[in-house]
Structures are given as C-alpha cells and as structure tokens.
Design a binder for this molecule. Structure first.
Ligand SMILES: Nc1nc2c(c(=O)[nH]1)N[C@H]1C(S)=C(S)[C@@H](COP(=O)(O)O)O[C@H]1N2
Ligand SMILES: [Mo]
Length: 402
C-alpha cells in the first residue's frame, strides 16, 4: 500500500523556512548546553565522568553571578520553545520516510545522517522534558545520556546543514516570504512539482501563513508557560511546566525536600558539627564568625532559577580557619548519602568574596528544605553543586584543577 501525503503546503519553501529558524536557534541550544557541562567542572559525582567526550577543562568563572542562570535558562527555555518548530519540520518532510532508500551511495549516506539527526533531536527532547519534570522513567543517568545524545545530534546536524544548505537557500528563494504572509487560504496552491511536493494534492485546509502562525503560536504558548521558571516575582505563578507542589507559598523552589533526602532529623539538630579538617564547629560558632550577605541565584539544571539573599560565612574565611589559606579546590560533603553527597569546588569558586557557607536566607535561618543547618552557595555555580545539609568541607591544595 502506498501512503500518500497530500497536503498542498508541503514543499521545499515551508521546509526551508522551518529549517532556517532551526539553523539560527539550535546552535544557541547546543552551545549553552555544552557550556552547562563546562560549568559543572571536573571531579563531580553529578554529572558522572563522560570519558573521552569531556570538554577541555576551562575554568568556569564566578562572575557574572547570573552566568549559569543565563546559560541553563537559555538552554532549557529555548529547547522547549523550539519543540513545535522541530515537530513542524518533521511533519514537512515526512513523505521522505516512506520513499525507497536511494541506490546512489552518496544519497544513501545522506539519508543515513538523518538517523543521527532525527533520532538525536527526539532523544534530546524526550530526555530533556522528562528531566525538567523530575520524571526519571528512563532509568539511566540523565546527564551522561543527554550529553552523549547531544554529540550524536550535533554530528547529524553538522552533516545535514553541510549537505542541505544549498537546497535550503534555493527553497527560501523560490517564493517571497512577504507574499506568502499575504496569501489567504483560498489562494493557497501547491509548489511546482518536485521534491516533497504532493503529486496529487488535496484542496488546502490551511494556508502557509496559517501553518507558520500555528507553529509560532505553539512556541509562544510554551514560552509563556516557561518564562516564569527563570524570573522572580509574580510571573513565577505562570510557570506551568515547573512541577507543582515543590514550592511552599512565599518560598522559592525546592529541588529535593528534607523529607526526601532521608536524613535523620537528629543528624542536623543540636549535635550537628561542621567538620573542617580536624576542627568541629557548632552552628552557634559559625554564626559568631564574621557574616557576609550576598544576593545570589540558584539555577537548577532542571530548568528553574531564582535569586535570593543569602548570609553566612565566606568559604575563604573557613579555608583560612582550616589552615588552608590558598586552596585550589574544596570537597564539600553532605549529611545526605547518595548522588548529592559530594561536590567539588574550584579554587576560584572558594576564593570568591560572595562564596558562602550560608546559614540564613532572606533574613531567616535556613529551613530544613533549603539545607539547615548550613549549605553552600557560590556565584554562577550550578544549583546541583550548592550542597545542602553540609557535613564537612575539605580545602586542599591538590584539587583536580588549580
Ligand atoms: N544534599 C543535597 N544538596 C542539594 C540537593 C540535594 O538533593 N541534596 N539538590 C541540589 C540541587 S539539584 C539544587 S537545584 C539546589 C536547590 O536548592 P533549594 O532546594 O534550596 O532551592 O540544591 C542542591 N543541593
Ligand atoms: Mo538542581
């Protein structure tokens, strides 16, 4: 049976317009995604090491403090907004899926790159969306899989652009964009016979401008549901894609609650001590040290970010107290066991004057959900490394990176 694709608006022009949007926007998603990975730095439990695929270990700066908020916000936000464009682009070329494999080896190789391209982007969309919903049904490490999938996609993307750029340019030149925007349904006709164009088209049910408006509308709707994740203030309530029930009224989002951490309440009550080398400090002793206050964002890789006002002891003061005045790294351990139990900070991150072991947020003691008795907060550090319920900090001069 021959499946017949009969939409009269399918053709090189529509595919090229959608392709141009993706060609301009996807590199930003790719680069910000790779930058997120640079931001994690080496020697972490999360994300796990990716072997040969790792990027050069550039130091991730601590300034501007909103740097990671920006890169991960762009990555997740733009990634979501582009989903309708990707789906429309796939719809526009779907007849190709049902044509025979070309005999010409070059053509066949070109077709094979589509497996990387389409498989890659669908995998990235699905894993990315599940991750921001905290829905780990896939059962493998999100970070390693999304990162490896990204390289597969990038390979397909680069090859596809190299092979299809001339066709896209031809497609865009074949019709006037302005004229298309003025063409109503009644005047919508098929493109001249050729690649992607239905040989026996049905009468149109949607104009080309209508199709583009549908896609743009879908993207705008998603943008409206997403933007609130990354801006503080009343717009936060519009963040419909942010999983519900994680934020108490008047509070900011909680990645993992104290209850979910499995920590015994006794481990973070009066008997708690901060371990600094051989030193043991009570919370009262920490409060008695010079306190510093800084407005710093938490930017979660799961898509949300927020800026709050934190106070506590500067990490560099704690390093000096521990007898390591010029550390090149710090290993922070949590009372919690599991993947969040440890995070490594670089020397620059420890030395930043706003890098804190926070004891208070917005003028009140940390709540159990936000990491009482003490948590790490460092400018531009990915949220996942802002360890809550800190047990110990080991400042060293032999860390993974100077
Ligand atoms: N011990 C511990 N620290 C942790 C986490 C955790 O689950 N356990 N979650 C991390 C993540 S992924 C983020 S985004 C921030 C969120 O901080 P918040 O819950 O106070 O907003 O804490 C980080 N620190
Ligand atoms: Mo996070």
């Amino acid at each position: 049976m021959r499946i017949r694709w009969r939409s009269p608006i399918r053709g090189p022009w529509l595919t090229s317009v959608l392709g141009l949007v993706l060609l301009c926007a996807l590199p930003l998603v790719i680069v910000t995604g790779l930058l997120d990975w640079v931001a994690y730095g080496p020697g972490q439990t999360i994300p796990a090491d990716v072997g040969a695929l790792h990027l050069p270990l550039l130091g991730w700066p601590t300034r501007p403090s909103w740097l990671f908020r920006l890169t991960q916000g762009l990555h997740v936000g733009l990634g979501i907004v582009l989903v309708p464009v990707v789906l429309a682009k796939l719809w526009s070329v779907i007849p190709k899926l049902f044509t025979a494999l070309p005999r010409n080896p070059l053509r066949a190789a070109e077709r094979a790159t589509l497996v990387l391209l389409v498989g890659g982007i669908l995998f990235e969309i699905v894993t990315g969306l599940l991750n921001i919903q905290y829905d780990y049904v896939f059962g493998f490490s999100f970070y390693a899989a999304h990162y490896t999938g990204a390289w597969v996609f990038v390979a397909g993307f680069v090859l596809h652009v190299a092979l299809k750029l001339p066709a896209m340019t031809r497609g865009l030149r074949s019709r006037s964009f302005r004229t298309e925007l003025r063409t109503p349904l009644a005047q919508t006709r098929s493109e001249p016979p050729g690649d992607l164009v239905a040989p026996e088209p049905e009468p149109p049910t949607l104009s080309r401008r209508g199709a583009l408006a549908l896609v743009a509308g879908g993207s705008l709707l998603l943008a409206g549901m997403t933007i609130g994740q990354t801006v503080d203030g009343p717009l936060r309530a519009t963040a419909l894609l942010l999983p519900r029930g994680r934020t108490l009224p008047g509070d900011f989002p909680v990645n993992r609650t104290f209850a979910a951490s499995g920590i015994a309440p006794a481990a973070v009550s009066a008997g708690w001590r901060l371990e600094l080398g051989s030193l043991r400090l009570t919370r009262a002793q920490l409060i008695a040290l010079p306190q510093h206050t800084a407005a710093l964002p938490i930017a979660c890789v799961e898509g949300w970010s927020t800026q709050q006002t934190w106070s506590g002891v500067r990490l560099r003061d704690l390093a000096a107290l521990a007898g390591v005045p010029a550390p090149t790294s710090a290993l922070v351990s949590s009372v919690e066991v599991g993947p969040f139990a440890r995070a490594t900070l670089t020397g620059a991150q420890v030395r930043d004057p706003d890098a804190l072991l926070a004891l208070r947020v917005n003028g009140a003691d940390l709540s159990p959900d936000h990491g009482f008795p003490a948590r790490v907060i460092v400018p531009a550090l990915p949220g996942v490394h802002c360890t809550k319920w800190v047990r110990s900090i080991d400042f060293t001069t032999s860390g993974p990176r100077p």
